[in-house]
Design a protein around this ligand. Structure first.
Ligand code: ADP
Ligand code: MG
Length: 402
């Protein structure tokens, strides 16, 4: 079923209405200042669409994992940054409410003019948010004439603001980010443009198994790097030294190799060292010597992988999740930087490219690849992997009336 989105509701129906928008403003804040504000900027199209149509826009988000009310987790710095971003537009006011439910908030909403924006305080100041407590859901729902969810990254959770309250509001819609995320991911999951290639790295095989199972089925090539590669190499009988191995999932990896061995690409050479702090790095082929660990893919592997990602035989669609090595250390960043640049090149050559994962996004930026050099940056993290694994997404299905 197609997702019901903002544009599915008659333009005039927003005027004067209290539109509650669940956003993901879970950004990093230090000393009262917002660091990376990508997540704030990306909600601007939804916010603007609503303010232009005369809605009273009520924004709500969680920030971190506070244990009850805790000023260290206030969204006040986010309100400040948001008003810096939208503030230059005439007539638009951003206010901050020091709570997310209750009389003072209701009064504040009562004072809003059409087109105003109000950011509520951290939803997780109430444990009822994560518990999807019905009373709390009702309180939130009472603030809304229309419910919009623009936070795909939280939609695998059945929380009050992502699920419970939505069921209590008749008009519920997806925001523009939610729509874009679901469109890209569902295309990749069900109907990828061929050839479809997947690049997987990082460490957490456990979190990625569900998604990998599905992607192995759909993809033409699955290119594996990062620490994840060593579990695959071990399963194939290579010596992996002190490299990070996920022994618990070795059996799964062996099975995957048996079923999809012809699709799976593994590194043939490595940058090895005794520890991440070891400055005398060694380039090795095949086995990793005892006492050493692989921290990056080697130059021969980089060449092979880059050609697969951006070669002129071209990819229809590429998904990348997980760095190729311990990219935070300069000596082990080469593999990741090269894959990031190859992703950009593939994009310029016409492939649809998607990047997912917090560290992967960080690595992409470190590599000098701009946000507009990929078709879509999925900010979903866990939600993205769950969606690709075919799990139910309560925050998405509730928008379609379920
Ligand atoms: P994402 O956040 O993009 O999903 P992950 O969290 O799975 O990615 O993995 C990122 C981490 O993997 C990085 O911190 C990186 O240092 C680490 N990593 C990648 N390759 C290796 C390796 N060979 N050895 C140790 N750590 C690695
Ligand atoms: Mg990570």
């Amino acid at each position: 079923m197609a997702l019901r989105t903002l544009t599915d509701l008659d333009d005039k129906k927003f005027n004067g209405k209290r539109v509650f928008v669940r956003v993901d403003f879970n950004v990093s804040v230090s000393n009262g200042t917002v660091g990376e504000d990508y997540r704030i900027r990306m909600t601007i199209p939804t916010i603007e669409y609503l303010t232009k149509r005369g809605a009273k826009v009520i924004l709500a988000s969680h920030l971190g994992r506070p244990d009850g009310r805790d000023d260290d987790y206030t969204l006040a710095p986010v309100a400040k940054r948001l008003s810096e971003i939208v503030g230059s537009r005439p007539g638009i006011k951003v206010r901050f409410a020091h709570d997310c439910v209750g009389q003072p908030v209701e009064d504040e909403i009562g004072r809003m003019n059409n087109g105003d924006i109000l950011l509520l305080e951290n939803l997780r100041f109430y444990k009822e948010e994560e518990a999807n407590d019905l009373k709390f859901c009702k309180k939130l729902a009472s603030l809304a004439d229309i419910y919009v969810n623009d936070a795909f990254s939280t939609s695998h959770r059945k929380h009050a603001s992502t699920y419970g309250m939505a069921k209590l509001v008749d008009a519920r819609l997806a925001g523009f980010n939610m729509r874009k995320e679901v469109e890209y991911l569902s295309m990749m999951k069900d109907n990828p443009i061929k050839p479809f290639k997947v690049v997987v790295g990082g460490v957490k095989i456990k979190d990625k198994i569900g998604a990998l199972e599905h992607l192995l089925l759909k993809a033409d090539k699955v290119i594996i790097g990062g620490a994840a590669a060593y579990t695959f190499l071990k399963a194939k009988g290579f010596k992996t030294g002190k490299s990070l191995i996920d022994n618990e999932h070795l059996p799964w990896v062996s099975k995957a190799l048996a079923s999809y061995g012809d699709k799976i690409m593994l590194p043939t050479d490595h940058v090895a060292a005794i520890s991440p702090a070891d400055t005398s790095i060694t380039m090795v082929k095949g086995d990793i010597p005892d006492g050493m660990a692989g921290f990056d893919i080697g130059s021969e592997t980089i060449e092979r992988y880059s050609t697969e990602v951006s070669g002129t035989n071209g990819a229809g669609m590429i998904f990348w999740n997980g760095p190729m090595g311990m990219f935070e250390v300069r000596a082990f960043a080469n593999g990741t930087v090269n894959i990031a640049k190859s992703m950009a090149l593939a994009y310029w050559r016409g492939a649809k490219t998607l990047i997912g994962g917090g560290d992967t996004l960080e690595a992409m930026k470190k590599s000098g690849v701009a946000e507009n050099e990929v078709s879509h940056v999925s900010t979903g993290g866990g939600a993205t992997l769950r969606y690709l694994a075919g799990d139910e997404m309560p925050g998405v299905s509730v928008l379609n009336g379920q």
